[in-house]
Ligand binder design. Structure first.
Ligand SMILES: Nc1ncnc2c1ncn2[C@@H]1O[C@H](COP(=O)(O)OP(=O)(O)O)[C@@H](O)[C@H]1O
Ligand SMILES: [Mg+2]
Length: 407
């Protein structure tokens, strides 16, 4: 069919033509916005899930919702090698601009506090012209949020921003993607600042997204984090939602699927959003005409898998060193052996491929300690995560299958 009219959108963070199966999260967030705006106590939302399930696009959708509610918003993507100060100041700068009134005295004052907060990033004694400038044209206001202690500074900064938003009868939401990559001091400071906001009833919230172990990262930092955030597990789509993700965009282009084509697509993709988009795209291009048939799916499958091997799996695999790849392969083998030995009682979808680290070491004939550097590096690169003590799993769905196929 006409490739120009192909509606599907495989790719990290690509807005899908139909955001299927996320109505609960969108509705829940409307309630959060409404309650926080009224100064009611409310936990913020943190989305967790494997790679490719749609956390980033959902986070972006929530941001649009906040913008429609006339909130000020900003977004950050956390990185393991970067501290929060600079990206957060840019995000808050943006949020304050979105609130409007950026020229009022109060807004100028708060922007000045944000600027001082940002500039504290430089080593003490750095000359003014060498200091990082977040692009804020208000003069820096010293004495608030610039102590150098990130926890103190963040609490003060949020208090200033929250006060401004409250005076304007609005709210501020900061969205943090890949939140598991924040450093411990930054996580701790963010929790403290959110805690302060909820206690003082100020309308500032942090909305996060990250890998499945994010709740563990947060509670390791502050035990009260469980009461600050409402964790929403973002998972593969169920059958009706997966069908909608495929059929709604097709219907817009006056195309249809035969029922057994949809069966075949659900089997091939497992309902994972990234895979649905990749298959949808390949099948559309291969199919001669609507309605799309199961045979079209069969013909297009190699192309969809090739696309995934490069765009989804390959880009992750490339980041691993030879030693780390050996570790990943061993994980895949151990998982496959366990699966062949019969089903464990209904494992949750995310932990299907979780394996004991001791078994991985045994499989490689090595001492577990000698493998810790490889394992730690993989954890840091976000390719694997620890599901519980002594067990490890891929952050990428179907990664084990991909590794075994390429062997
Ligand atoms: N609810 C959804 N319905 C249909 N497609 C989706 C949905 N959520 C995400 N996708 C698609 O899945 C892919 C991965 O989304 P992304 O947000 O990058 O995932 P994550 O951030 O969890 O790794 C994108 O191609 C996106 O268009
Ligand atoms: Mg993402």
């Amino acid at each position: 069919m006409d490739p120009i009219r192909n509606p599907y959108a495989p790719g990290a963070g690509q807005r899908p033509p139909e955001l299927a199966g996320r109505d609960d999260q969108l509705r829940a967030f409307d309630v959060v916005l409404e309650r926080v705006a009224r100064g009611r106590p409310e936990r913020s939302i943190v989305l967790t899930g494997l790679r490719g399930v749609g956390k980033t696009v959902l986070l972006n959708a929530l941001r649009s919702q906040a913008v429609r509610a006339r909130w000020g918003t900003g977004k950050i993507e956390a990185r393991p090698d970067q501290t929060l100060r600079r990206p957060l100041s840019s995000a808050l700068h943006q949020a304050i601009r979105e609130l409007g009134h950026a020229r009022s005295d109060e807004a100028t004052h708060v922007l000045g506090v944000v600027k001082a907060f940002a500039q504290r990033d430089s080593a003490p004694g750095t000359k003014l012209r060498d200091q990082w400038n977040p692009g804020i044209d208000a003069p820096a206001v010293t004495g608030r949020a610039d102590s150098g202690d990130i926890e103190i500074d963040l609490v003060e900064l949020f208090t200033e921003v929250g006060g401004l938003a409250a005076d304007l009868g609005r709210g501020v939401a900061i969205f943090i993607d890949e939140m598991q990559d924040l450093g411990p001091a930054d996580v701790s400071a963010l929790c403290a600042a959110c805690h302060e906001m909820s206690q003082s009833g100020l309308p500032v919230i942090v909305v996060g997204a990250g890998l499945p172990h994010l709740p563990t990262v947060l509670s390791a930092s502050k035990s009260y984090s469980e009461r600050l955030f409402r964790y929403q597990r973002i998972d593969r789509l169920d059958r009706p939602a997966a069908e909608l993700a495929l059929t709604a965009p097709a219907a817009e282009e006056e195309a249809e699927y035969e029922a057994d084509a949809l069966d075949a697509l659900f089997v091939a993709t497992g309902g994972y959003p990234y895979f649905l988009q990749a298959y949808g795209k390949a099948v559309w291009d291969k199919a001669p005409a609507s309605p799309i048939t199961a045979e079209d799916v069969r013909v297009a499958a190699p192309e969809a898998e090739a696309e995934l091997a490069v765009g989804f799996f390959g880009s992750r695999y490339e980041r691993a060193t030879p030693g780390e790849r050996e570790y990943l392969r061993a994980m895949a083998d151990v998982a496959a052996t366990a699966a062949a030995e019969g089903p464990t009682e209904s494992p949750s979808p995310d932990t299907v491929e979780s394996v004991p680290t001791a078994d991985v070491a045994a499989h490689l004939g090595k001492k577990p300690q000698s493998l810790s550097p490889a394992r730690d590096a993989l954890l840091k690169k976000g390719l694997v995560y620890s599901t519980e003590r002594g067990r490890i799993a891929f952050t990428v769905p179907h990664f084990g299958r991909y590794l075994r196929d390429r062997a």
